[in-house]
Design a protein around this ligand. Structure first.
Ligand SMILES: NC(=O)c1ccc[n+]([C@@H]2O[C@H](COP(=O)([O-])OP(=O)(O)OC[C@H]3O[C@@H](n4cnc5c(N)ncnc54)[C@H](OP(=O)(O)O)[C@@H]3O)[C@@H](O)[C@H]2O)c1
Length: 251
């Protein structure tokens, strides 16, 4: 990635305060974009990401919003556009995960996870797409998961939410063309707060399942996101790019 490839572009990264979102903010800054860093509650992490992004010379801001709240998302996009300019690049990385046996599933927990992972993808995309369509330029990457591509008996809700994100992004790509591209990245297990919430034993087992025999780093996912945002992927839309060290291709 050249340091000027995304110069003049404004990017909004939901869940930019930590993990994959933070690594993506840094990669965007490194490519010359202006960066809006969304967070839900961890302001300290967002401020730390802001400092790291600004140290790369990028114009940036933090913006608090619960991505499952329509009014908050609408306010977030207004605030970003009035400070950094129209959103050209959107990355939806905000998300939550939990491991649960089917006997522990509850409708309220199901609704809450779908509202963050799925509504929280739908709302930012809907809030920026009309501007992108009017300006005839837009690049959107939604962070899904290999859990949306494979069965996950202990993550039924999460897996469902990510499969829906993949279907949503693919259909948006069909609907928003020809000037807007929409793709997903589907990571395997990544070394973030969410990844380590699986516990050390599960992390070792999942690392062992991968051809590469390790879990991934958030920076490796950020590289895939940057590729899909950049013109290096100019003929790619409606796709789900798997970055999982080889797990999804297992029988
Ligand atoms: N880590 C993995 O192994 C893995 C694998 C596959 C897919 N993914 C996906 O990758 C994405 C990022 O995961 P991660 O590992 O980077 O997670 P993480 O380290 O736990 O970070 C989660 C991020 O999402 C934000 N967030 C959570 N709920 C939100 C809400 N309601 N509104 C706005 N922001 C919210 C958090 O903000 P605060 O800092 O304010 O809490 C934080 O920035 C998620 O969509 C996840 O499902 C992760």
């Amino acid at each position: 990635m050249s340091t000027t490839e995304l110069e003049g572009r404004t990017a909004l990264v939901t869940g930019g305060s930590r993990g994959i979102g933070r690594a993506t903010c840094l990669a965007l800054a490194g490519a010359g974009a202006r960066v809006a860093i969304n967070f839900a509650s961890n302001q300290q992490a967002a401020v730390e990401t802001l400092a790291q992004v600004e140290s790369l010379g990028a114009e940036a801001m933090i913006v608090k919003a619960d991505v499952s709240d329509p009014d908050a998302v609408s306010e977030m996009v207004k605030s970003v556009e009035s400070t950094l300019g129209p959103v050209d690049l959107l990355v939806t990385s905000a998300g939550v995960a939990s491991v649960e046996h089917h006997g522990e599933m509850e409708f309220e927990k199901w609704r809450r996870m779908l509202s963050i992972n799925l509504d929280g993808t739908y709302l930012p995309v809907m809030a920026v797409k009309d501007g992108m369509l009017a300006r005839e330029y837009g690049r959107i990457v939604c962070i899904a998961s290999i859990a949306g591509l494979r069965a996950r008996g202990s993550m039924i809700t999460y897996s469902t939410s990510k499969a829906a994100v993949i279907a949503f992004a693919r259909s948006c790509a069909a609907s928003f063309g020809p000037n807007i591209r929409v793709n997903c990245v589907a990571p395997g297990l990544i070394d973030t707060d969410m990844g380590s919430s699986m516990g050390a034993d599960a992390m070792r087992r999942l690392a062992d399942e991968a051809f590469l025999k390790r879990i991934g780093q958030p920076e490796e996912i950020a590289e895939s996101v940057l590729f899909l945002l950049s013109e290096r992927s100019s003929f790619t839309t409606g796709q789900t790019y798997v970055a999982d060290g080889g797990r999804v291709t297992m029988p």
